[in-house]
Write a protein that binds this ligand. Sequence first.
Ligand code: NAD
Length: 336
Amino acid sequence: MLKAAVIGLGSMGRNHARVYREIENVHLCGVVDSNKTTVANVSRLQFTPGFESVDELLKADRPDLVSLAVPTSMHFEFAMQLVEQGIHVLVEKPITQTVEQAERLVAAAQSHGVTLAVGHIERFNPVIVELRRRLGEGMLGRLYQLHAHRLSPYPSRISDTGVVMDLASHDIDLMLHLVNEPVVRLFGETLGSINDDREDLFNGMMKFRSGAVGILDVNWMTPRKVRTLTLTGSRGMFTCDLLRQELFFYENNSAPSQWDQLSILHGVSEGNVLGIRIERKEPLRAEIEDFIRAVSDGVRPRVDGQDARETLRTALAFIGSGRESVVQDMQTSVIA
Ligand SMILES: NC(=O)c1ccc[n+]([C@@H]2O[C@H](COP(=O)([O-])OP(=O)(O)OC[C@H]3O[C@@H](n4cnc5c(N)ncnc54)[C@H](O)[C@@H]3O)[C@@H](O)[C@H]2O)c1
């Protein structure tokens, strides 16, 4: 049986610990947090030894795999330490703070022969799994536009990243995953109101190679949590509610006959609406199961370091664009 540990037991890490305990073919051999009270609580709740540092954990036991959920600014240092010890790592999103760090981490994982997975959890949302399957079958026809809304109240515990890295990285990753093409250019507008050193509100637009446009509306200044994604294409429109795990397809009807008679107007009219049945599943559980499968079967995880590096590169390009009020040409821009 594989041995797992969780490092960083804040709002995300404690859920990783719970999920490892719920999965049968893995044993949670320890949890780590620098906060004494936090580690004592999670250790008691999950019936597993608790440690206040990674070194203490590694002295006591050697996990095969680790979930790393410390603050983003610590991802690189901790992940490198684990990878260099030959331990498989699922690092929370975003992978690191800079593209250069991400590249070094990916290279280190390759040279040590370990799995590096990244917690872009929305790819495991059953709505996205079903949406992607239907896109692959051609249900939407030609994809014109993706539009994401991710609005939240302010998470005061986050002090090392702005809203683009923390929240928009989910939607950037989803768009890259669903379109599966390079971004050619992008433009972002950002606004800092709660913080003056990082952005609290973000609007972005990016153009993919085939012409599809991605629009992002993301902030942590809204007293209501919203997570939606709308895709418009030649055959209709998908709407996804990522929180409720709901997926609808609004079909285009053929253009109405009076338009044909006018014979100059071609358009879209309302057709059938299909509510697509979704088998609900906790995305974090699906993500951790995928990580365990990648480790035990030696296969690629659904979100690997390269994917996460591209998401990070795009997020950083948006931040740069917002700061400097410039369109970033993603084919020529050097983003480190
Ligand atoms: N995938 C998602 O949906 C999702 C959601 C929330 C957070 N995250 C990511 O998870 C990471 C953590 O975010 P969070 O919201 O849980 O933050 P958090 O502040 O709630 O938790 C971080 C934890 O790390 C601990 N920590 C700090 N320094 C440490 C050290 N040196 N050694 C051991 N533990 C240390 C803190 O005590 C704290 O308990 C971030 O990278 C964030 O982007 C992902």
